[in-house]
Design a protein around this ligand. Structure first.
Ligand code: 13P
Length: 252
């Protein structure tokens, strides 16, 4: 059966020292606790190696927030999937709406990133989600279906099975305006249905679909109690260990 996952995305926050303080704090908070989900911490590139070391021997996984679409070579300033993997991180967030909107990441580019991430044994957490006008005009289903199809649906069944999907409505990110539990369930079920049509029921049933967008200690339990919501991708509320912990514990 599919995994329950709570993943943090620090975005462009925290110095290296602050990242290490967080890691020590979270490790202490999780020590001797029963955790019923996989925990992932998504840090900026420069933190990956140290944060991976800090969580070594624990159940906490580490994620990059991006990687290059090329394997290696003359791409000044880029960080490859192999480099990410060499730090001890084993996940990578791809297709975040901030990367799509501010850095012009296209479906074609994301398709390439997913392929290199998988080739380097990283688990992509692939983000989809509509903007407010698309939600208001009822286009969210077709937008999300197109995001899945355009970047992922050339993958083999075997490769697709290695992915985690995150549904993050752009209007809910950093706004304090969370999707309601019903809205989340409705579109998560739609995503699973879309995956069933393409890859069959077994793959769809085994794919974890996370919700992201103003998810916090106060609403996590309700959101995660939906049958098709398998956890969360958490921004703001993942920045402090004592605020992140209750979201992890929402599965207890
Ligand atoms: P917030 O939790 O801050 O809304 O961010 C969600 C997000 O974008 C996680 O990737």
């Amino acid at each position: 059966m599919r995994k329950k996952i709570v993943a943090g995305n620090w975005k462009m926050n925290k110095t290296l020292q602050e990242g290490l303080t967080f890691s020590t704090e979270l490790k202490e908070l999780l020590n001797n606790k029963t955790i019923n989900c996989e925990v992932v911490v998504g840090t900026p590139f420069i933190h990956l190696s140290e944060v991976s070391k800090a969580f070594k021997g624990t159940k906490v996984h580490v994620a990059a927030q991006n990687c290059a679409n090329k394997e290696s070579g003359a791409y000044t300033g880029e960080i490859s999937a192999a480099m990410v993997a060499s730090t001890g991180a084993n996940h990578v967030i791809l297709g975040h709406s901030e990367r799509r909107a501010y850095y012009n990441e296209t479906p074609e580019l994301l398709k390439e990133k997913v392929v290199v991430a998988l080739a380097n044994n990283l688990t992509p957490i692939f983000c989809v989600g509509e903007v407010l006008e698309e939600r208001e005009s009822g286009k969210h289903f077709e937008v999300v279906a197109a995001q899945l199809k355009d970047s992922l649906f050339e993958l083999s069944k075997e490769d697709f099975s290695k992915l985690v999907i995150a549904y993050e409505p752009v209007w809910a990110i950093g706004t304090g305006k969370t999707a309601s539990a019903d809205q989340a369930q409705e579109i998560h079920a739609f995503i699973r249905e879309t995956l069933t049509e393409k890859y069959g029921k077994e793959v769809a049933d085994n794919t974890s679909i996370l919700y992201g967008g103003s998810c916090n200690a106060g609403n996590a339990k309700e959101l995660f109690s939906n049958p098709d919501v398998d956890g969360g991708l958490i921004g703001g509320a993942s920045l402090e260990a004592d605020k992140f912990l209750p979201i992890i514990e929402a599965f207890n």
